[in-house]
Design a protein around this ligand. Structure first.
Ligand code: NI
Length: 138
């Protein structure tokens, strides 16, 4: 068994969202989500960290080709999310509140499908602000 290494790629996108639960009235939404419930949306500069762990390949010396990883993130995440309104422009959030928690599970699912390799362990982190970030899987 070859040595296992984790490789990381950092990416960035800007997106707008609104946190809202349609099952609640305005007062409850305001109480729970505060400013993030603003009907006219607000934006974040999201930083995304993608971690791929696995064995070093004998032939390439890579765990995963970083150019391919970068292309996958661009195609499946950045092109879909960057400069978009997550609630209105991204189908996954039509009926899913775009909290950092829900965004990161959507990102993980999209990347996981695109990488399509059960030998590799994918873990993603999303920084919504410098101090608030989420990780999946937990
Ligand atoms: Ni927000």
């Amino acid at each position: 068994m070859n040595k296992k290494v984790a490789v990381y790629r950092l990416e960035h996108f800007n997106a707008a969202h609104r946190l809202h639960n349609p099952e609640w009235d305005e007062a409850k939404n305001q109480d729970i989500f505060g400013k993030c419930n603003n009907p006219n949306f607000h934006g974040h500069n999201y930083n995304l960290e993608v971690r791929v762990a696995g064995e070093i390949d004998d032939k390439t010396g890579y765990v995963f080709d970083m150019k391919i990883l970068s292309d996958i993130i661009k195609e499946h995440i950045l092109d879909e999310f960057d400069h978009k309104n997550l609630n209105l422009d991204v189908p996954e959030f039509k009926n899913l509140n775009p909290t950092a928690e829900n965004i990161i599970t959507v990102i993980h699912s999209k990347l996981s499908k695109a990488i399509n390799n059960s030998q590799l362990d994918l873990r993603v982190r999303l920084y919504e602000t410098e101090r608030n970030y989420v990780e999946y899987p937990a």
